[in-house]
Design a protein around this ligand. Structure first.
Ligand code: BGC
Length: 752
């Protein structure tokens, strides 16, 4: 959407300058001054000192403090309190040149106050809230001296077997670009530099197996996987992290096409790239380096500036340079990028961490309020037969059942940073607090523990269900089953959860299922037996109150799925923006796209999410149907709240190019806007999309906008009806060399 995307990036650029001034004190320095300071410093550095800047080491038993004070460490990770940070920075200040080290940590969705996990946050379809959540995470972490987060994760994924799908935004490149940029902006505003990761293709490992290889054709990289990273460059990401995986046979950590050609030459990125944890050593495992020296050489020559936890750069690069295998200018450039970033962040000019700062001052009431607001908008009402929800006034007793109803830590999900169980308000506590206000009785039973190997607890749970007017069943995926190294070959509810839920539903009382987890799970026959189903993701510290707000109807659900929800694991990878086939599904023809043992459609489509009210869409109007490159496509639609409850709706616009020189996706999200409507209220939403954004890449990297029809679909999810058609009047192709950059919303404007 032009209004949103152009304005959005313009805002980003302006906003960035403004908040750098606050968050990063030296950011106000003119670029030339920064370059001069960096070059002056570089001239005084020995080769070993420059290579020291390229070395990142973790806190822990193996850390050698002497390395810090002798200038052999440029960055440290996993320091999470101000005392240790201050001590380590003091050690760095003892080194000959007193260059400060950079402190990095994985802060994805909160530091002490936990916000919903990124995939859940994506379901809010609300960049303002993404910025807010990241800003809070950064504010808390930077208070104790952390300067750099290994986030956001910009890996698009269409395969929920991959555990790390929880850390991203789901399956759509447009949504992913908007939200990645918002996250970079929010983190920066709160005082953290970002390492946008994992560059690139990490979200599409074969079989959904973490760390496995990835094959993505170049055109698909340009159109689908790279745009969110490109958006991070636009939003000012200070650094990038190379991915573990091999992309089309070349490990990302030694992939010069990614780390140099695309990121630096085409996108103009001048910050630095770090490896992932021991990623350079893993080049030996990938089978492209014989030993540590060769691994170090390949990584640095490809454009990976920093070695995270490999110690290969400090060990081998001095000799690689002396022997002439690595030009010293390459080391200079890597050190320059790191020093430039440190300089821009103000590390040379600002006071070190104050050891008196402790994170126990968090979560503040304000942070809790923000976490609650974000969590409310992330919850997706997947189905609601018989209007089981919101809880009606006639309900006098509620059974809150399930292993995740009172699981304060698990509701944080993976990467809980400094989240504490005692800060977390569980779903049971949230529901109980609200029920007490209306004199509703609460019965609680776990049904089974988190592993759920036994149904011994079922009788107690059944008893609670039978004696209550309504059941809220809180089941799903314990946090251990989600995140890095948590790929799953089975996506059913773990242990005996499904069996227990079926027994609870069979009691015949009204029941709503709340799913906690980091990915869509196979629900089997449960959606037929349980009328209301909500996806609550890992909702964070304020998950309980936020969910209670939704269950009791104080807040109308407005989350929309950022991915297609499979019926069965065998459907994966599954995504709405797939290519057409010569044999589209026909009900009465076996030899068309289908499974013999499963439906071809997802259980719930991308963009799906219900509300307690009903939104009616007018017939969309297209201002001008014949358009050329550089023109604006304008589509407007009137949305009316026809129900009796106020609420948010995510108005979505999709396009399709039905005949092109390459197969084009059946649908592509090109714009969305979240609006708020009182009962009876109408609003006109006007989308403005730059026509240049309707093209696509070829494998050689050229960008084509082709003459012909483009179909438009507007509605509340990716099944929206056809709304009309426009015609592009000319074909414009932009060869690779002439493109200033590729694949971002801003770039489309520059390209043509
Ligand atoms: C992960 C990264 C993370 C790093 C540091 C790695 O295992 O892949 O995403 O930032 O560890 O904790």
């Amino acid at each position: 959407m032009m209004v949103q995307s152009t304005g959005f990036f313009a805002f980003l650029r302006l906003g960035l300058a403004a908040f750098f001034a606050v968050a990063f004190p030296a950011a106000g320095q003119p670029q030339e001054e920064v370059e001069k300071r960096v070059n002056d410093l570089l001239r005084t550095m020995t080769l070993e000192e420059k290579i020291g800047q390229l070395n990142m080491v973790s806190n822990g038993a193996l850390l050698r403090w002497d390395d810090i004070s002798s200038g052999r460490v440029g960055a440290l990770l996993n320091f999470n309190n101000a005392q240790d940070i201050a001590r380590a920075q003091a050690a760095a200040r003892q080194s000959r040149l007193k260059i400060p080290v950079l402190f990095g940590l994985d802060i994805l969705h909160g530091f002490r106050t936990q916000f919903p996990i990124p995939l859940g946050e994506a379901a809010a379809f609300n960049p303002r809230l993404s910025r807010l959540a990241s800003e809070w995470a950064a504010r808390e972490a930077s208070y104790i001296g952390v300067q750099w987060t290994f986030a956001p994760m910009a890996d698009l994924s269409r395969d929920s077997r991959w555990g790390r799908i929880v850390e991203g935004f789901g399956e759509d490149p447009y949504l992913g670009s908007v939200l990645t940029a918002a996250r970079v902006e929010g983190f920066s505003k709160g005082g953290l530099a970002t390492a946008t990761k994992h560059f690139a293709g990490y979200g599409a490992p074969q079989g959904g197996r973490d760390y496995d290889t990835t094959y993505i054709p170049p055109a698909e990289m340009y159109d689908t996987y790279l745009p969110p990273f490109r958006a991070a460059v636009e939003a000012g990401s200070v650094s990038f992290m190379a991915a573990f995986n091999a992309l089309n046979g070349v490990p990302s950590t030694a992939n010069a096409w990614l780390q140099t050609d695309v990121l630096r030459k085409r996108w103009g990125f001048d910050g630095f790239v770090t490896s992932d944890w021991a990623g350079i050593n893993e080049l030996i495992g990938h089978g492209i380096a014989e030993d540590g020296a060769e691994a170090a050489r390949k990584a640095i020559l490809a454009g990976v500036d920093m070695d995270m936890m490999g110690e290969l750069y400090i060990r081998y690069l001095p000799e690689e340079v002396r022997s002439g295998r690595v030009p010293e200018s390459v080391i200079d450039e890597a050190a320059r990028r790191i020093l430039r970033s440190k300089m821009r962040l103000g590390l040379f000019d600002r006071p070190d961490a104050d050891p008196k700062h402790v994170d126990s001052i968090f979560p503040s009431a304000e942070a809790r309020q923000a976490a609650r607001e974000v969590a409310q908008e992330t919850i997706v009402l997947l189905q609601n037969r018989n209007k089981v929800l919101p809880i009606s006034g006639s309900v006098r007793s509620i059974a809150v059942v399930g292993p995740l109803a009172d699981a304060p830590l698990d509701q944080f999900g993976p990467h809980g940073a400094r989240g504490h169980a005692q800060d977390s308000v569980s779903i049971l506590q949230g529901v109980r607090a609200k029920a007490e206000q209306s004199g509703i009785q609460i019965r609680h039973a776990i049904g089974c523990d988190l592993v759920c190997h036994s149904s011994d607890q079922l009788p107690a749970a059944l008893e609670a269900v039978k004696s209550s007017d309504l059941t809220i069943a809180v089941f799903g995926e314990p946090a251990d089953l989600s995140g890095e190294a948590a790929s799953r070959a089975h996506l059913a509810l773990n242990g005996k959860q499904e069996e227990i839920l079926r027994a609870l539903a069979a009691a015949g009382k009204p029941i709503a299922l709340v799913i906690i987890g980091g990915r869509p799970l196979e629900l089997g026959t449960l959606p037929d037996q349980i009328p209301s189903v909500l996806m609550a993701w890992y909702p964070g510290t304020e998950g309980g109150p936020a969910l209670a707000d939704i269950l009791f109807g104080d807040v109308n659900p407005s989350g929309k799925l950022p991915l297609s929800w499979p019926r069965s694991v065998g459907q994966l990878p599954l995504y709405y923006n797939r290519l057409p086939t010569g044999r589209p599904t026909l009900e009465n023809n076996r030899f068309t796209l289908k499974y013999v043992d499963e439906a071809i459609t997802p259980l719930y489509p991308f963009g799906w999410g219900l509300s307690y009210t009903q939104f009616a869409y007018s017939r969309p109007e297209i201002t001008k149907t014949h358009l050329k490159a550089g023109d604006i496509l304008e589509v407007s639609v009137q949305v009316t709240n026809e129900g009796s409850q106020k609420g948010h709706e995510v108005v979505q616009l999709y396009t399709r190019d039905p005949v092109a020189s390459r197969s084009r996706p059946l649908r592509e999200l090109k714009a969305f806007e979240k609006i708020f409507l009182e009962p009876g209220q109408s609003k006109r939403v006007t989308f403005q999309i730059l026509v240049n954004a309707l093209g696509f890449h070829q494998d050689d990297g050229s960008y084509w906008l082709e003459k012909g029809a483009i179909q438009i679909f507007v509605g509340g999810n990716s099944l929206a009806d056809l709304s009309g058609e426009i015609f592009l009047e000319e074909t414009v192709t932009v060869p690779l060399g002439e493109q200033r950059a590729i694949s971002s919303m801003k770039v489309y404007r520059n390209d043509l």
